[in-house]
Design a binder for this molecule. Structure first.
Ligand SMILES: [Zn+2]
Length: 325
């Protein structure tokens, strides 16, 4: 409280109170407000610069940053796992799949190649946590690229597998008649005595004896290229083109079950056993051509014979007996 001051008024002969000037009072109020504002401001500056005193907002931001760091750590661990799994797939890809299908392995440098040229991570620079963000982004970019390369490789393998499957389905791989106890094979490929002239002569196929009318089966997928009686000696015969240079021939049929141009699958019934043409008794004369050459059909029964049966068949086929032609 300021002191109340008086003065003597000679006109009224009395003491009167001195009223402070209004402008002075306002000045005092202004000074007081300015003073407290300045004081408060300084206090605030000090408060904000003091490390051990944080505002609630700062505290929550700090918690958030710590949470991000933790999450990045977890993400990095997940990327570790992804890299391991991907590495394992790549190894199998190079050492098993690509090897099996005779494709060259994909070189390591090509799989792990980063990105050259411009700095792709410029936008991420200049922050306190730039390093962890750039590292994680780089890793993910490389993983992504590896996955694209792997995916393309598997596409290629799928295509190769499809081709191989087609090849395996196409080439002759079973016997032309049902021959469970292997008693039907009468004469093999090689030098045999001719049933008519008894002279030693090359027998270009294998003979399977069977009663007239026994079903004859296609030994592989393909297309019928001949079904006629116009080839010398073979009588009524069928030829199937299997692609990849393979053709199979079935002679001395009593009847065809297919027409030229027809597509057949391995095991399809194509005709019946007979003795047409130059034949001594009902049988199928079976030949396999590779690139125009007649080769030994004995090597093409792996689709239906066990190792033991094959050996048995080999022994029988090598006997230099008389063919049925
Ligand atoms: Zn024959």
């Amino acid at each position: 409280m300021s002191k109340v001051k008086y003065y003597y008024d000679p006109d009224t002969l009395s003491y009167r109170k001195i009223e402070p000037k209004k402008s002075k009072r306002y000045r005092n109020i202004f000074l007081f407000l300015m003073g407290s504002a300045l004081f408060g401001f300084l206090g605030l500056i000090i408060l904000l610069n003091t490390r051990w005193v944080n505002t609630p907002k700062e505290l929550s931001l700090e918690r958030e940053v710590r949470n991000y760091e933790l999450q990045f750590d977890i993400l990095n661990r997940k990327m570790d796992q992804m890299e391991q799994v991907l590495g394992n797939i790549e190894e199998r890809d190079n050492n098993i799949y690509r090897l099996y299908f005779e494709a060259n392995p994909i070189p390591e440098e090509q799989r792990r190649a980063g990105f050259g040229g411009v700095n792709r991570y410029k936008d991420l620079e200049g922050f306190n946590n730039s390093e962890i963000i750039i590292d994680a982004t780089k890793r993910l970019d490389i993983i992504q690229k590896e996955m694209v390369i792997q995916s393309k490789s598997l596409d290629e393998i799928a295509k190769l597998a499809e081709e191989k499957e087609k090849l395996l389905a196409s080439i002759p791989a079973i016997q032309p008649v049902s021959n469970e106890d292997l008693t039907r094979m009468a004469s093999g490929y090689g030098w045999r005595s001719d049933p008519f002239t008894k002279a030693r002569k090359m027998h270009w196929g294998m003979d399977f004896t069977a009663p007239r009318g026994t079903p004859i089966y296609a030994s592989g997928d393909g297309k019928v290229v001949r079904a006629d009686n116009r080839s010398s000696g073979y009588g009524k015969h069928v030829r199937i083109d299997h692609g990849y240079g393979y053709i199979s021939l079935y002679g001395h049929m009593s009847k065809y079950n297919v027409t030229v141009g027809q597509k057949v699958k391995r095991g399809d019934l194509i005709g019946f056993v007979g003795s047409t043409g130059r034949s001594q008794a009902p049988h199928v004369h079976y030949e396999v051509f590779k690139d125009g050459e007649r080769i030994n059909p004995i090597n093409f029964y792996y689709g239906s014979l066990s190792a033991e049966e094959f050996e048995n068949m080999l022994r029988l086929a090598n006997q230099e007996n008389q063919s049925l032609d």
